[in-house]
Ligand binder design. Structure first.
Ligand code: F6P
Length: 323
């Protein structure tokens, strides 16, 4: 391997820039050439590739988003698209690829690596934290902190008006942001796709709170077809319990922005650096993860299995603390 290509793909996440910096600098440190591929896999089809030197990644560790831009690329899902991508890589003499992204992006890397026997290393970059084999993904901690800050603000209104708030957070099909966001912000409950909660159970919990000392309640709801989202849930609760003054707030894309936290910057720097070690180590087609503070190599097939377990003891903590 002489030249490493790097791209970010799928939804942007805070810390992706820190990862781009780490991969680029570690690669150059180890004697590789680096090429930056713009707009994810799309850049491989439209030939948007430039040489990356250490200066290309100066001053970016603190920036949210991704300087390489990102995209969700439909064409790369077809064998013809991947063939075109392979031809572009050969044309640029790129012999290995580092892909920073979430589930969809690593699924693409897996298909590509298998078809062309091309060395691909994945870095988990998504606010959703839904990749198996890594304790955390790049961007998750920043998003969690953003959620906490937003809920703190909404709490002012909830308390002043004695309202019941349903706050919808991102996470695609996973409840990590909702559950940990609820604990961090002192919410009454978290509705997550991994665990079914009946409207009655929820109403009972809230009623208990109102009957005791609480004059307001906050429920975090994970976006997902399983939970139905905050709006639908609020409507159902409001229908059965019209006595509550219910409001809904959908946090949306603000959760993906902002300067990465120290934790995300450090994670991205460690994982990015480890991606180059993995290539030097002759590792192929693995995602670099972190487990118990140690770097681990997770085969793509495992990482994208969509069955990262939620820690159920966190639910218990939330329940106990919301009495
Ligand atoms: O995967 C990150 C994520 O923000 C999810 O939490 C969310 O469901 C999705 O991306 C939104 O995607 P888009 O920005 O394409 O609407």
């Amino acid at each position: 391997i002489k030249t490493i290509g790097i791209l970010t793909s799928g939804g942007d996440a805070p810390g992706m820039n820190a990862a781009i910096r780490a991969v680029t600098r570690s690669a150059i440190f180890s004697g590789f050439k680096v090429k930056g591929i713009y707009r994810g896999y799309k850049g491989l089809l439209t030939n948007e590739i430039v040489d990356f030197k250490t200066q290309n990644v100066s001053n970016i560790i603190q920036m949210g988003g991704t300087i390489l831009k990102t995209a969700r690329c439909q064409e790369f899902k077809s064998p013809e698209g991947r063939q075109l991508a392979y031809d572009t890589l050969r044309q640029h003499e790129i012999d290995a690829l580092v892909v920073i992204g979430g589930d969809g992006s690593l699924s693409g890397a897996r298909a590509f690596a298998t078809e062309f026997n091309f060395p691909c290393i994945g870095l988990p970059g998504t606010i959703d934290n839904d990749l198996y084999g890594t304790d955390e993904t790049i961007g998750y901690d920043t998003a969690l902190n953003t959620i906490m800050e937003c809920v703190d603000k909404i709490r002012d209104t909830a308390t002043s008006h004695e309202r019941l708030f349903f706050i919808e957070v991102m996470g695609r099909d996973a409840g990590f942001l909702a559950l940990n966001g609820a604990i961090a912000s002192g919410a009454e409950a978290a509705i997550i796709p991994e665990i079914s909660t009946e409207v009655d159970q929820l109403a009972e919990l809230i009623q208990n709170g109102f009957r005791k000392s609480k004059n307001s309640s906050i429920v975090l709801v994970a976006e997902s077809p399983v939970t139905g989202g905050a709006m639908a849930l609020a409507e159902r609760v409001n229908k059965e319990y019209p006595e509550y003054d219910v409001r809904v707030s959908i946090l949306g894309h603000l959760q993906r922005g902002g300067s990465p936290t120290a934790r995300d910057r450090i994670l991205a720097s460690r994982l990015g650096s480890a991606a180059i070690d993995a290539l030097l180590d002759d590792q192929r087609n693995v995602m670099i993860g972190i487990s118990n503070d140690e770097i681990v190599y997770v085969p793509f097939s495992k990482a994208i299995k969509k069955d990262k377990p939620i820690n159920r003891s966190l639910l218990d903590t939330l329940r106990r603390l919301s009495i």
